[in-house]
Design a protein around this ligand. Structure first.
Ligand SMILES: Nc1nc2c(ncn2[C@@H]2O[C@H](COP(=O)(O)OP(=O)(O)OP(=O)(O)O)[C@@H](O)[C@H]2O)c(=O)[nH]1
Length: 598
């Protein structure tokens, strides 16, 4: 065990994490020149697998230090806030972290949030200034930022270029010297922490784990402590460039297990594997069920494809346990599913995968967060509202609570005013302001999560001219004053366009929604009234005038093929439209509320 080192790389996006990992694999000869060649030329699948192995899970490499052989397990962490629970589990599987900071950019929001996670788990931090080959790099000043942030000395900071390979050998040596060897008792009952899982369509789910105590053996009967399920360890092994099957994996090491598990739901990140024979008494660390943060309806454009959509979602769930869905009906859109996502990025990924991998054309409704409602009838009973249409009648509503986050923005001092104005407009409350240097400021806010869902990123980017980084984590629920804003088309309420909005903004947003919808809904052969209402009260109205549109009108004469082409084109244009009552509504309209300020 004394020659094992388990570590992760933490960095803000684009600071060079993947490039450094690749360079380390080259230098430790984990990937030989030939393998690289082979992969590129003959085996695209393997290449893809390599990409996945290295980028999102764990990979083992060997390194010689002073004549001794060391085994390194590089554990990758997903970078995005949507997946922060998974990041914290991956971090829990390590003893050390390489903190990479781009020497041209300096410390950014995710540098800090991931660093805090690493420090919470008592990891040894090795600070690295990357991209020193670039003429614009400024190791002196950025070095000062790091010293201030983690309280290290200048000598502790390694300088490197992941691109040229300069300084990477020193990083490998520092891993041996500074990161402690894992501790654990190989004789104790088995406890292995699952920190990731991969879906393999032939072999089922592969769970990736770190053994804390004991030994896991091939063929052994194992038990997953939180789900309570038992399996046979059909295959275990370490993760090199390809999977490397082993007879056993001992305390301190990282590996994978394949045991015929079919669904991602059964393998939960954070669960503990133990042996059936002599089980451990306790699981490792606290286990947390990951909860969706954002909900949206997903409907097939073609109503006949409902079952197909269900099958596609089921398949997606096989390898993404954090996706949840249940059937729902909308008066406007028919049969579809209310899906739960970890965040907006996760939602975009799922939508994209449905379209690309399953060839589904879907309509996504306005995303919303999950609210808690309490009614007068039983003020102690908590109702979970994942869809504005489940919002209880205000007459019986006692109170409603919404999820809050702690948001962290790092920006240049010249943009502090603008960022504060934006956050306050988003119902944020400033709780901290720290100057990292004379020019860079870290601002922290308490803010409703719902406000992040509604065009926050884009506005932050615009007002800071791109010089702001942002991160957040949930801090629980708080009481709020929300109302339901409904949209009516030709006096028919469209449930899929309803949104829960803070009372102070409801009228303004209702008005803007009507204007936006007027822009987005194509004119049709009759007049369309677009109205916003709160309860029975109409707060705004726009009118879309009638138009007679005959696409073939231009084609006088008998050119039937041209006519057909135009009609085909019109049909394709219709694809993502929905007939609501007698009005045709395009997909963008369902997300209009997200783009009110464009
Ligand atoms: N000049 C220079 N460019 C680098 C260096 N390291 C990384 N880059 C470049 O910086 C960009 C981002 O690098 P990545 O390794 O993809 O960064 P990452 O942190 O893994 O980014 P994500 O995977 O998007 O989180 C790429 O275009 C790299 O080629 C370096 O040392 N010098």
């Amino acid at each position: 065990m004394k020659n094992i080192r388990n570590f992760c790389i933490i960095a803000h996006i684009d600071h060079g994490k993947s490039t450094l990992a690749d360079r380390m694999l080259d230098i430790t000869a984990t990937v030989t020149e030939r393998e690289k060649q082979d992969q590129l030329l003959d085996n695209m699948d393997l290449e893809r697998e390599r990409g996945i192995t290295i980028k999102s899970h764990a990979i083992q490499m060997n390194h010689n230090y002073n004549g001794e052989a060391y085994k390194f397990n590089l554990i990758d962490t997903p970078g995005h806030v949507d997946f922060s629970y998974e990041v914290s589990r991956s971090i829990a599987a390590c003893e050390g972290a390489l903190l990479i900071v781009d020497a041209t950019q300096g410390i950014q929001a995710q540098t800090i949030s991931n660093l805090y996670l690493a420090l919470e788990h008592d990891l040894e931090i090795i600070p690295i200034l990357n991209k020193i080959d670039l003429p614009s790099s400024n190791p002196e000043e950025i070095g000062d930022q790091i010293i201030d942030l983690i309280g290290c000395t200048r000598e502790d900071i390694l300088l490197a270029s992941a691109k040229t390979g300069e300084g990477v050998a020193e990083i490998l040596d520092a891993i041996v010297e500074r990161i402690p060897a894992p501790e654990g008792d190989p004789e104790a009952p088995l406890q292995a922490l699952i920190f990731d899982s991969v879906f393999n369509s032939y072999r089922g789910i592969e769970a990736i784990f770190r053994v804390k105590n004991g030994v896991i053996k091939k063929g052994q009967r194992v038990k997953f402590m939180n789900t309570g399920k038992e399996y046979d360890a059909d295959e275990i092994g370490t993760l090199k460039l390809v999977k490397d099957p082993q007879k056993q994996i001992s305390a301190g090491d990282v590996g994978y297990i394949i045991s015929g598990i079919k669904e991602a739901k059964e393998v939960k990140v954070g669960d503990t594997i133990t042996s059936k024979e002599s089980p451990a008494t306790t699981a490792i660390a606290g286990f947390e069920e990951v909860k969706p943060m954002v909900y949206a309806g997903i409907y097939p454009v073609d109503t006949d494809e409902f079952e197909e959509l269900r099958t596609s979602l089921e398949k997606l769930q096989l390898n993404d346990a954090s996706l949840t869905f249940e059937a729902e009906t909308s008066a406007a859109l028919g049969f579809g599913f209310r899906c739960g996502f970890l965040g907006m990025l996760h939602m975009e990924i799922i939508q994209e995968r449905l379209e690309r991998e399953f060839n589904m054309t879907v309509i996504t409704t306005v995303p919303n967060v999950s609210y808690y409602a309490y009614t007068k009838k039983d003020p102690d009973e908590r109702l979970i509202v994942n869809n504005p249409s489940d919002y209880p009648d205000p007459a019986i509503l006692e109170r409603i609570e919404e999820p809050y986050i702690k948001a962290q923005v790092i920006t240049k001092s010249e943009f502090v005013g603008a960022v504060m104005t934006l956050c306050i407009e988003k119902r944020g409350e400033i709780v901290g302001q720290t100057y990292l240097t004379s020019e860079r400021v870290e601002l922290t806010f308490d803010m409703p999560l719902a406000e992040i869902v509604f065009d926050f990123y884009d506005r932050l980017k615009t007002i800071s001219k791109g010089y702001a980084s942002f991160d957040y984590h949930p801090v629980g629920y708080r009481a709020s004053n929300l109302v339901k804003v409904d949209i009516l088309l030709n006096a028919e309420p469209v449930d899929a366009l309803s949104a829960l909005i803070h009372k102070s903004k409801a009228e303004d947003i209702g008005r803007k929604m009507c204007v936006k919808l007027k822009e987005l809904i194509p004119r049709q052969q009759f007049l369309i009234a677009i109205q916003a209402a709160i309860g029975a009260k109409i707060i705004s109205r726009e009118t879309l005038s009638a138009l007679r549109k005959d696409v073939t009108a231009k084609c006088y004469g008998g050119d039937i093929s041209r006519k057909r082409k135009l009609l085909e084109k019109q049909k394709a244009g219709k694809k993502r439209m929905r007939q609501l009552g007698n009005v045709e509504v395009p997909q963008q309209a369902f997300l209009a509320v997200l783009k009110l300020n464009d």
